[in-house]
Ligand binder design. Structure first.
Ligand code: FE
Length: 149
């Protein structure tokens, strides 16, 4: 279980930068190839920039050539949830932090094998923490990841 973090917009505005607020609370998107992590491949964990929950790890990051950091799944399926909506016949799936309900990006079903998923995430929604050399990599359970129809 993940303890939820619930704050008002006013509180979030105090904690987040203007760009983080725009992306994470107003479901905006940073411009492709402008964020800190689209071309970043160090070993470590990417945490939620708003609440600090570990969301993604370098083990599941891949070079998508889209200009946004891309992962084939979250570090723990209980930490990121998705919401799919259909607008005018077009379906989109949003990726959301389970602890603070911040918008992270979107999920597409054109990702690499075996999950087939591409979590297309805004760099500004993430905070990277490098893994020290004596720290083991997180156990990534492939069967835990969301399978989209
Ligand atoms: Fe969060």
């Amino acid at each position: 279980m993940v303890n939820r973090v619930i704050k008002s917009d006013e509180e979030w505005r105090r904690i987040l930068t203007e760009e983080q607020f725009y992306v994470m609370r107003l479901k905006g998107a940073e411009r492709a190839y402008t964020g800190a992590y689209w071309n970043h491949f160090e070993d470590g964990v990417y945490h939620c920039a708003a609440c600090g929950l570990p969301l993604f790890s370098s083990e599941r990051k891949f070079a998508s050539q889209t200009g946004w950091p891309s992962f084939d799944g979250p570090v723990n399926s209980a930490h990121v949830y998705t919401e799919t909506e259909s607008v005018g016949g077009k379906t989109s799936t949003e990726a959301i932090c389970h602890r603070c309900s911040s918008h992270l990006g979107h999920v597409f079903n054109d990702g690499p094998h075996p999950s087939g998923l591409r979590y297309c995430i805004n760099s500004v929604a993430l905070k990277f923490e490098r893994r020290s050399t004596n720290e083991p990599a997180p156990v990534v359970n492939q069967s835990e990841c969301l399978i989209m129809e």
